[in-house]
Design a protein around this ligand. Structure first.
Ligand SMILES: Cc1cc2nc3c(=O)[nH]c(=O)nc-3n(C[C@H](O)[C@H](O)[C@H](O)COP(=O)(O)OP(=O)(O)OC[C@H]3O[C@@H](n4cnc5c(N)ncnc54)[C@H](O)[C@@H]3O)c2cc1C
Length: 464
């Protein structure tokens, strides 16, 4: 990557340098790991303090959540405990609520379960912003009552149990309308989350119904609703077209240029005029930058992302780098040279690659003073995209521009995500999960509602 001279604020070397990282996801945790490695001696001598603030005590590795829903990975294995990996870093389990970069201060709310938030004021010299994005919602009637999200481990486990319960219900009930609604699964939004979750769950349900009398895979109805004219907008058009063809081959009813108008009463009303009952509605209609960014004094683009230079420094009002402020990941508008300078797509590949460069640039800046050379610009490699579509099924692009489908694509997809996962121990656990699935095939038992152990299970499909 080409080096380039940028103005860096000189650091007062008499005091310890305080680096504050906001967010412990792909970009935040990865930056912390690289900085921890590069600053180990200085951290131990107390010359640098590294603090990471994250509301969860762990990183959630989203690209493998669909495999949690499908039961091929244990839920605990797609989360990486921050304190175990970031041994030289102070990890605060709290949520940043406001940042005033002009005075180098941030405010956080720390709270234990059920306790009122306890505000904390944090002072820093160097800020790394990586709070990611949040799910986009819409005022659709009935969505709050009938929809479920798919961005946390809890939601993935809940959806898996729910789908398996619907298969049980359909086999047990004598009410044909209830049976049909139980066997209809609607996903709104065809990005990573929607496509991955639908494809993995369809594959799992196809396997699970083998043990059910009177229900066959052909009785299951899977509907994917997407407002735009293509699926997987985060990926290349070729990969998206491949994935679409594979889904349609599996009888998934993909409706492009269509929106969900209402889900009131559990009846899905689509903008193409169709109406049908469904007991499963999964809302995965895209993401928007974290709203925290609006509570900062940093410049944002029209979408609400922090405006960045290609060096991952936040853009100042004079068009130069804002001293001491850096950003990466979904919440950062980093120009993508392969897309005529449009911001990089929100995906894990960019988040990890930006984090690595950001940490290297911060190290250069700490040592280099105002005219540090070696601050490099972000130049992403060729897209290494892939999507898992069930056991032994995937579509993938190789770095050389080739296209793979089926088992070879699936192995490549798995290898890529294992390599990106920022914990050796988690990699081993996931490998063991995959090996066990290969040995014994899938586990398809719904484990009820572990979060409400005292609540009776619904016997007839209606909430108790
Ligand atoms: C279900 C799903 C599947 C996906 N599949 C793929 C895939 O197959 N391939 C791919 O490339 N990408 C995929 N993505 C996208 C990918 O996960 C993101 O692009 C990537 O995680 C972005 O990294 P990030 O660090 O910017 O955000 P995140 O990894 O989301 O991390 C942001 C962190 O900031 C924390 N945070 C939020 N608010 C605050 C606050 N106020 N204070 C402190 N911390 C805060 C959050 O808790 C979170 O841990 C998927 C996303 C989802 C949801």
């Amino acid at each position: 990557m080409p080096g380039r001279r940028r103005a860096i604020e000189p650091i007062d070397r008499r005091c310890a340098i305080r680096i504050l990282i906001v967010g412990g996801g792909c970009a935040g945790m990865s930056t912390a790991l690289h900085l921890q490695r590069g600053l180990r001696e200085r951290l131990r001598r107390g010359e640098v303090h590294l603090t990471l603030v994250e509301p969860q005590a762990y990183l959630t590795y989203h690209p493998l959540l669909a495999e949690v829903a499908a039961g091929t990975i244990d839920p605990r294995h797609v989360v990486v405990p921050l304190r175990r990996e970031l041994t030289e870093c102070k990890v605060l389990t709290a949520r940043i609520t406001r940042i005033e970069h002009a005075s180098r201060r941030a405010w956080a709310d720390a709270a234990g379960p059920g306790e009122p938030p306890a505000p904390v004021e944090l002072h820093y010299d160097v800020l790394v912003l990586a709070p990611g994005s949040v799910s986009r919602t819409a005022p659709v009637p009935g969505l709050a009552e009938h929809g479920r999200g798919f961005s946390t481990v809890g939601e993935a486990v809940g959806l898996r149990n729910h789908v398996l319960e619907q298969l049980d219900l359909a086999t047990t009930t004598r009410d044909p309308a209830l049976r049909q609604a139980a066997l209809t699964f609607v996903f709104v939004g065809a990005g990573y989350a929607g496509v991955g979750a639908l494809a993995e769950l369809e594959d799992m349900a196809r396997y699970a119904v083998r043990g059910h009398h009177h229900t066959t895979p052909d009785d299951l109805r899977w509907v994917l609703v997407e407002a735009t004219d293509r699926i997987l907008t985060e990926e290349s058009p070729e990969l998206a077209a491949h994935t679409l063809a594979e889904l349609r081959e599996r009888n998934v009813d993909v409706r492009l240029r269509t929106t969900l108008e209402s889900a009131a009463g559990g009846v899905m009303a689509l903008s193409d005029g169709s109406r049908f009952a469904a007991r499963t509605l999964v809302w995965t209609a895209g993401v928007r930058p974290n709203p925290l960014l609006r509570d900062t004094d940093l410049p944002l683009d029209t979408a609400g992302r922090v405006r960045c230079l290609p060096t991952l420094q936040v853009l100042g009002p004079d068009g130069r780098a804002l001293p001491g402020a850096w950003a990466a990941g979904d919440g950062a508008a980093v120009p993508d040279p392969h897309a005529d300078g449009a911001p990089c797509a929100p995906n894990a590949q960019h988040a990890f690659a930006q984090a690595e460069l950001l940490a290297a640039n911060v190290l250069v800046a700490l040592d280099g003073g105002p005219h540090a050379s070696g601050i490099a610009e972000y130049l992403p490699g060729p897209p290494a995209c892939s999507t898992s579509l069930g056991l032994g099924r995937a579509v993938a692009h190789t770095r050389g521009g080739g296209r793979l489908t089926g088992r070879r694509a699936w192995w490549l997809h798995r290898a890529r995500h294992l390599r990106r996962l920022p914990s050796g121990e988690r990699r081993v656990r996931i490998l063991v999960d995959w090996a066990l699935t290969g040995l014994f095939s899938r586990e398809v038992v719904p484990i009820g509602r572990p979060e409400q152990p005292d609540r009776p299970e619904p016997a007839d499909g209606r909430p108790v």
